[in-house]
Ligand binder design. Sequence first.
Ligand code: ZN
Length: 427
Amino acid sequence: MTVSTDFARDLTAMREHLHQIPEVGLHLPQTQEFMFTQLEALGDIELSTGDSVTSITGVIRGGKATRDANGVADKIVLLRGDMDALPVAESTGLDFASTNGNMHACGHDLHTTMLFGAASQLRDRRDDLEGDVVLMFQPGEEGCDGARYMVDEGVLEAAGRTADAAFALHVMSANTPLGEFRSREGLLMASSNRLHVTVRGAGGHGSTPHLAKDPVVVAAEMVVSLQTLVTRQLNLFDSAVISVGVLRAGEAINVIPETAYFEATVRAFSDSTLEQLRVALPRLLRGIAAAHNVEVDVDFIEQYPPTITNPDQTQFAGQVISDLLDPKRYENLRDPFNGSEDFSRVLNRVPGSMVILGACPPGRDHATAAFNHSPYADFDSTVLSDGTSVYTELAVRRLASLKAPSPTPCESSVAPAAWKAKHVHYH
Ligand SMILES: [Zn+2]
């Protein structure tokens, strides 16, 4: 289903409005209120909002679904769009640039708009849908694990039982040519983890380090040794990235401080490498600390698991895009991305896929344009129409082609009414 010129104009206006009111983290009151009002105006979508986060869940009931005694459909597809922004001061100079100091530098304003576009199209086609569609409007993708909150609050079961398939789109301001789609069967993105290290020495006069225990030199050795760990202990073909982004110690030139502190992001591409790092990182850091007779506190915080798509669902998504648009516009990636995604929380529970959509503005070279998260990142609104169509067709065609699961005797399905009662309604 394509998008009319009028509707494309509405979607662009919605995206530009969202772009001007970016909110960060799990609590996006202005974005939630705006989107809830827009969705409510469509009508015929069962809407609820999160208890602990400003999410919106919508359920569109298909008129051609086969339902059990509780009204639960035998086919359910979930579509996800994230709504949060970043604490980045926008430098794009766009006439609809952010007005509040935050920025939609990862293009989530486009995801929210495209999912709304699909909601509108699917709502119009609800009588013909062969199952139910769950719409997952999510806050807190950027490091706050918003997907986990929504999964914990039951988004996967929003239509009465766990969804059968799940899809998400992600735009890119660079790297991928405008209007082209990419995905990968299996590993698509890395796991994301945080390393926090405090080196505890003994402060003293800068002129007499032998009377102190200098934590700065030890921290410096640790930062360098982390890179050696990556190249000497991990398999080149299943490696990791460790980047120290925070490094703090001392205040005065002639004072040896008591402590030094650093933080690193750790990206790994498999559970086995992650397991190796869980052991190797503390061993390395404690060993260096012991060698220099200082103390060290090591915290390794696992944030997002690797994003692993289901090969069948990814092939299906590629076919839908090829058929709907042009086979030349879909490509299977050779390599995964180093980035990470909390859609991995959904893909760990539901077979599905995530598809990248190139949104580099025309006239710019996608190889050199500012990438997602940059204050200069610019995403072209012309992708909204095709993104909307792809979301819609993924749902429609997946519902049409899903095989109804054979009932499991011990599995109870939660009736939609019971599920809704657990959720606070907005307004
Ligand atoms: Zn993002």
